[in-house]
Design a protein around this ligand. Structure first.
Ligand code: NDP
Length: 399
């Protein structure tokens, strides 16, 4: 059989690289069509050397020039393109598209893949949170297949009946349970959270991930975004999605059915597992990851989440309940606040505070509430401005 083509958006990131590791094990089934990144010309060059895509795209034009020079010097024939238009073009032009850009920057290329009716492997959760209804409506129109890559959502997808399509609801499901490790600050004294550093925040106990999602895991906004993602993908009311702390990250999530049965998905905390599942679906392929040694694990632990420690999760739950534009506002404010924290401009505890104030301000602002892409982009831009102004104002007040 002819290999299917694969495009990896965000190839230089942790999910992108894991995707290419799995794809390399299946070179007879998958041919890499395009690889993309933002600015990392050196990283993308090495990936071009290893995976020989037909096209490489860098969002940044200067970085694209550097990549072209490196490829020429190494006598590698890869077409190099740059800019947002090129990202969307390659996203629409492969059988399988891994959406693994970080943040809202992934919205337009993911949308292009969905509109083109591709199988879209969704790691990049932020576009779903900001524009979930737009993406699901487009998928319905184009026939695109969405498969979640987030380990929790992929676990749920695997526990749902065969043939389940994301964006629909299974009537037999009573609820889903998302597991959360609690991140690096699960046991840090509350009074010390004010002083934790970006370096501490990105040191996740169980997973190796990019800086933004690592901070989101530390605040547990990541679980909040996942709540919203789960509601969209699995067609459940927000109150039917539970979050439980599970420090070992062995059970990746569970589905509870109407008859009281609970199905769980277990595996190593390694993104190659959900990635291989989604690439192979409905078959099963080698991922390069071993199974678990249950007797060595001994026991698994579960605890409720303390919202005093993780206020961001409470904010996300409120936004999910309120619906409308608030998940989009929450997401944009979070991106602005996380960047400010990573750049050393604000304390860790200010992240949730900035989000709460921006969401509150959205209530008083005149913002479009319809489900159009234009409205989504307008709200996103407003929330970024509002969050930045809020952070600047507070900094000025302290100065
Ligand atoms: P990384 O930070 O490791 O990688 C991000 C990728 O996106 C890089 O290739 C980066 O390119 C590219 N990128 C960043 N900004 C832009 C932009 N403006 N335009 C185009 N490309 C851009 O992120 P992760 O791999 O950790 O996460 C990716 C997504 O997957 C996130 O949405 C995250 O929430 C989700 N996810 C990640 C998991 C994980 O284990 N890491 C698990 C589940 C979900 P460059 O290198 O040039 O900056």
């Amino acid at each position: 059989m002819k290999p299917r083509t694969l495009t990896v958006l965000g190839a230089t990131g942790t999910v992108g690289r894991s995707t290419l590791e799995v794809a390399r094990l299946h070179a007879d089934r998958l041919s890499v069509r395009a690889l993309t990144a933002n600015r990392d010309a050196a990283g993308l060059f090495e990936l071009c050397r290893a995976h020989s895509p037909a096209v490489a795209v860098l969002a940044d034009e200067v970085a694209a020039r550097e990549l072209r020079e490196r490829l020429q010097a190494a006598r590698l024939t890869v077409e190099v393109r740059s800019g947002a238009g090129a990202l969307a073009e390659v996203a629409a032009d492969a059988d399988l598209v891994m959406s693994s850009i970080v943040g809202a920057a992934g919205l337009m290329p993911t949308l292009a893949a969905v509109r083109a009716g591709r199988r879209v492997l969704i790691a990049n959760k932020e576009p779903l949170v900001m524009a979930g209804r737009v993406l699901l409506a487009e998928a319905q129109r184009s026939g695109a297949t969405l498969i979640p890559i987030d380990s929790e959502h992929n676990a749920i997808f695997q526990c749902l009946p065969r043939g389940f399509r994301c964006g629909t609801a299974d009537p037999g499901v009573r609820k889903v349970v998302l597991t959360a490790s609690g991140g690096p600050f699960r046991d840090t004294p509350l009074a010390d959270l004010e002083r934790v550093t970006p370096a501490q925040a990105v040191r996740h106990p169980n997973w190796v991930m990019g800086p933004k999602i690592s901070v989101d895991s530390a605040t547990m906004m990541n679980k909040g975004l996942e709540l919203i993602e789960a509601q969209l993908l699995f067609g459940l009311p927000g109150d039917s999605i539970e979050v439980v702390l599970h420090p070992e990250s062995v059970i990746h999530s569970l589905v509870e059915y109407a008859d009281g049965s609970m199905l769980a998905h277990l595996g190593q905390p390694d993104m190659r597992v959900p990635i291989a599942h989604a690439l192979a679906h409905p078959e099963r392929w080698e991922s390069g990851v071993s199974g678990l040694k249950l007797a060595e694990l001994g026991r698994l632990n579960f605890q409720p989440v303390d919202l005093r420690r993780f206020p961001a999760l409470g904010l996300a739950r409120d936004a999910l309940r309120a619906g409308g534009i608030l998940p989009n506002v929450l997401n944009a404010a979070n991106e602005v606040a996380v960047e400010a924290f990573l750049n050393g401009r604000i304390a860790f505890t200010r992240i949730a505070d900035a989000i709460a104030r921006t969401v509150e301000a959205a209530g008083a602002a005149r913002l479009p509430g319809d489900d159009s892409l234009e409205a989504v982009l307008e709200v996103d831009a407003w929330a970024r401005r509002a969050a930045s102004a809020q952070l600047e104002g507070r900094r000025a007040a302290h100065a």
